[in-house]
Design a protein around this ligand. Sequence first.
Ligand code: HEC
Length: 434
Amino acid sequence: MQRRKQIILKIEILICLLLGSAICFLTAASALADDFQGATHQLPYDDEVINYHKAIPRGPVAELQAKIDRGDLTLKFDPKFGYLPAMMDALKVPKSSQMLVFSKTSLQRAFISPKNPRAIYFNDDVYLGFIPGAPVMEVSAVDPQLGGIFYQLEQTEKPRPQITRNPDCLQCHGAGKSLGVPGHLVRSIATDETGELDTRTEVSPVTHRTPLADRWAGWYVTGTHGAQTHRGNLIGADAFERQEKHPNYLGNVTNLNRFFKTEAYLTGRSDIVALMVLEHQSHMHNYITRLNFETRIMLASYGHIRYLNSQVNAFLRYLLFTEEAPLTEAIRGDSQYLKDFASPAIRDRRGHSLRDFDLQTRLFKYPCSFLIYSTAFDQLPQAMRDHLLQRLHDILTGKDVSADFVKLRPADRQAVLEILRETKSSLPDYWKKF
Ligand code: HEC
């Protein structure tokens, strides 16, 4: 029985992948033209340079498991949510980051539907997936040298629960849609009334560059956004048709009770701002991983990184939000999420931080990703980190006048320069000179 289930699951994944990749080919080629010249081919991450599957991962989940194994920490099992609340506590993932996706995309696709969506919670380096009634919780975490690591945790009470790696996750999370490296996925894909995908409508990956009008098909969205439209909260072809005639008839929604039983979740929301942060951050993580792998492979073959110039340019454009889709009206989400997201902010003397939101014309006030503080960024191979910081300094001080960065306003360059100068540790000395 178990074996039969596994075979059915594998066939389902295959169908998913085949349909997805055939139809995505055209859209992906144009959407990704900016990322590594559109190259999203899978990097050889199981070769000896990266050694993804054999390497022992580090990062927050590996540390948590070590604590459980040593008996230093016990995960409390909740009768309703299983290990979800204990995992969120232990990994410091805020409840307010909850987002709900009802398109059937996961190894546990059979459990996901518009009536029983999958909840995703996240912070800067951990993502948790929870489906009420499903046998396992899905977990992904960032390892600074290996990219996304994918784990599962059985939702049955045990004295020492095991959060184990599952190589099958990489069938989706380690291919073209996550920039060809083990990484994170966010898509916008319409579904029928049961959550089954209509792959002709796929937009993937969704990043900060994706216009709002193309985002969130297959997702619930709470929060207000004025007359700007999006594809969230629309279930089935009729709903999409109706949206054509009555834009936003399911937009600007702050309560999801009409769609499903929200009591089955930690909150009743699927926050619009959390979604926007997820979309920036997941792609940024994949970018950092890809640049890390490309650099290590290049150094192993040639001993230098001179051939990676256009990759570096593309990376910096994403880091500095140069192609962000503009907002035309204010976005309002859950104030608790805004607070939780801001709480780790490192501020300069003027009180500015890369975690400050704008939400009027763009996502953040200062156009440089907060993931520049991440361990993954700091642990890029030294030659690449040095090169990036030099390029960044040239751009922010106005020395670099290339077309790629003309859109960055002088006041923004100055503000980002000041913030980084005063808050980012181990910058080279030339950053400190005025
Ligand atoms: C059939 C393809 C597929 C498989 C297999 C799959 N996922 Fe995913 N996963 C997705 C998609 C697609 C998304 C993004 C949700 C969306 O946009 O529909 C996602 C999102 C996630 C997220 C949220 C953030 C992120 O990392 O993208 C987590 C966590 C996650 N998956 C964990 C897992 C784990 C753990 C496994 C293996 C046990 C797994 N997934 C297997 C398709 C898959």
